[in-house]
Ligand binder design. Structure first.
Ligand SMILES: [Zn+2]
Length: 265
């Protein structure tokens, strides 16, 4: 199901579905004829119906994941589509998604985009493109300085994650959060949490939480505790997604991404 709302001149397009009692939200945004992300294949019919009635002349993808790019191969090749250069080979390749991600979002077909960095213009706005890896190597946030808007893709999602994916890195997310917080912005447009008018505070909350987790992990690591023990002490509970994903999503990756980065310093 799709629901559309508006904030200032930004259209927020929210896709919702349920699977096994887990409710998933995913957002795309439309502003000044720019489409930001194009949603998962699972919502293809609703999204293509919606887009057929909208006018957009450019598309930008916050990163290559299938819930943001699932319909990219369906969109007209006459409309330029952009992604961070690190995402280009990832988009051209056929993704090998684990079963639970194919079931949640649907897979996606390979597609071609153009690489972009630094800055992006629409008719009425200029967006600074902030390379913000940690969740994905090609992840970008879009900053509209004059309006105080920050489109954060999957950089935020929640303030206090208790588990992450195997491909994510807490130290890199921390750096990316610090990078966006060095800029002026007020409203956050998140791909899963929606529009956050107190967005700056929510991003700060996430940064402080992760810094505190990082300190605790390193203190225990320096005491000689193995990762499995640190994981049990800091994150004793497990979430349904941990099991669904066969632990591709797990608190273990929070601990190991911090220890591995420390070891490589
Ligand atoms: Zn993602």
């Amino acid at each position: 199901m799709l629901t559309v709302s508006e904030f200032e001149s930004v259209k927020a397009v929210k896709g919702t579905f349920q699977l096994g009692g887990v409710r998933m939200n995913v957002y795309m945004y439309l502003v000044d004829e720019l489409l930001i992300d194009c949603g998962p294949r699972r919502l293809q019919k609703e999204i293509m119906d919606f887009l057929s009635k909208e006018s957009y002349t450019q598309i930008i993808l916050t990163h290559h994941h299938e819930d943001h790019t699932g319909n990219a191969s369906m969109l007209s090749s006459e409309i330029p589509m952009y992604i961070h250069p690190e995402g280009l080979p990832l988009c051209r390749a056929r993704p090998h998604l684990p079963l639970y991600r194919r079931v949640f979002w649907g897979s996606r077909k390979p597609f071609d985009a153009k690489g972009i960095e630094h800055r992006f213009k629409t008719k009425h706005h200029t967006f600074d493109l902030l390379h913000t890896p940690g969740h994905a190597p090609d992840h970008m946030a879009l900053l509209e300085k004059e309006r105080g808007w920050l489109f954060t893709g999957d950089l935020y999602v929640m303030s206090q994650p208790k588990s992450i994916f195997a491909f994510e890195s807490i130290p890199d997310v921390i750096q990316s959060l610090q990078k966006v917080l060095s800029q002026d912005f007020k409203t956050v447009f998140c791909s899963h949490a929606g529009i956050l008018q107190n967005g700056r505070r929510r991003i700060e909350e996430k940064l402080y939480y992760l810094l505190s987790i990082q300190d605790q992990v390193l203190a225990k690591h320096n005491d000689g505790k193995p990762a499995s023990v640190i994981q049990k002490e800091l994150f004793p509970r497990r979430h349904v997604l941990n099991y669904f994903s066969l632990f591709e999503n797990s608190s273990k990756h929070i601990v190991t991404s911090i220890i591995n980065k420390e070891g490589s310093r």
